[in-house]
Write a protein that binds this ligand. Structure first.
Ligand SMILES: Nc1ncnc2c1ncn2[C@@H]1O[C@H](COP(=O)(O)OP(=O)(O)OP(=O)(O)O)[C@@H](O)[C@H]1O
Ligand SMILES: [Mg+2]
Length: 308
């Protein structure tokens, strides 16, 4: 399989209208992942690229992976990145593309999805997001007067059958892994947990989303320490909020007095979901402690900008 020339994406988009969204490999970002996840991903990419060598000994590369983990930790980003590393577009299918209340509609949508993907002239990676919406555990349908349970069970049956026969590469994501049907779970060649970042990963994520501004290592150390339990999406929001204040503050003559002040302003207007453990920075556990003032330690203010 050779990488798809980017100019060829329009026909794929046209064929998939209403069935899924097509993401261009060139728009992918590389997520910052835990070493074990990075190793699993690299192993899978190597395997897919060695398809011919594996076939010579009667083996096939694993064709599917389930990504699970809390929201905002990089499941979608990773799926897009994986597809880009292989040089293929990612076809993202969400519950909104499949689930409908019309009789037999959801089953039909699943069948149509696979039939369309299989009939494309060029390879794509299929990404089923929020797969729990169609892949949750089958339930007893006796007494199911409205037919909703029967419809969900038969949608899952169609999905299982189509997956069994599917010759392409498929990634699915969920943040409700415990609700998935065991038979669906077993269909995946890999189950990868994309979890909340540890301190090293938080440091790297804060640094990345702080760019092009250069934040001092000590400031990043303090922020990484105060953001335990924060998802990468929240870390991104934090650093982008700081950068916004730097740009607008410089234009309007209202620059925050320090990094602590800029961070405090962003914290005041963002809030992690209440179902998750609050990072210390938001829980204000450390508001009077030395750690908060460490955020500004050694930090040139305003920070220098990296050369373009
Ligand atoms: N591991 C990561 N490294 C760097 N950036 C990340 C990472 N995870 C998430 N982000 C950033 O956070 C945002 C949300 O990430 P993404 O959509 O991939 O999360 P998700 O796990 O798919 O969430 P959900 O469960 O809500 O679908 C993206 O803009 C992405 O750039
Ligand atoms: Mg996602």
């Amino acid at each position: 399989m050779t990488p798809t020339p980017l100019s060829d994406l329009k026909p794929v988009r046209d064929r998939l209208r209403g069935i899924g969204d097509v993401l261009d490999p060139k728009d992918a970002e590389e997520p910052i992942l835990a070493p074990a996840v990075r190793a699993a991903v690299k192993g899978w990419l190597d395997e897919i690229r060695a398809r011919d060598a594996l076939a010579a000994v009667g083996l096939k590369p694993r064709s599917s992976a389930l990504l699970s983990g809390p929201p905002g930790c990089g499941k979608t980003t990773l799926a897009h990145h994986l597809a880009a590393r292989l040089g293929y577009p990612l076809v993202t299918v969400g519950a909104e593309h499949i689930v409908t209340s019309s009789l037999g509609g959801s089953e039909g949508n699943v069948a149509k999805l696979f039939a369309t993907i299989e009939s494309l002239d060029q390879p794509v990676i299929l990404f089923i997001d929020e797969i729990d919406a169609i892949g949750s555990k089958r339930r007893d349908s006796s007494g199911d007067t409205g037919g909703a349970v029967t419809a969900m069970n038969s949608t899952l049956t169609v999905l299982l059958r189509r997956l069994e026969a599917f010759g392409g590469t498929m990634i699915a994501a969920t943040n409700r892994a415990d609700t998935l049907d065991p038979a669906l779970w077993r269909r995946f060649g890999m189950q990868i947990v994309v979890d909340l970042p540890d301190e090293d990963a938080r440091w790297a994520i804060l640094k990345r989303y702080g760019l092009p501004y250069i934040f001092a290592d000590e400031a990043l150390d303090a922020l990484a320490g105060l953001t335990e339990n924060a998802a990468p999406s929240l870390l991104r929001q934090l650093m982008e909020g700081v950068k916004r204040r730097l740009v607008l503050g410089a234009m309007q003559g209202s620059l925050p007095a320090s990094l602590v002040e800029a961070v405090a302003a962003v914290v005041a207007e963002t809030q992690p979901h209440p179902d998750y453990d609050q990072p210390p920075l938001w829980a204000r556990q450390a508001s009077s402690s030395q750690i908060i003032s460490n955020i500004s330690a050694g930090q040139a203010w305003p920070p220098a900008r990296q050369e373009a």
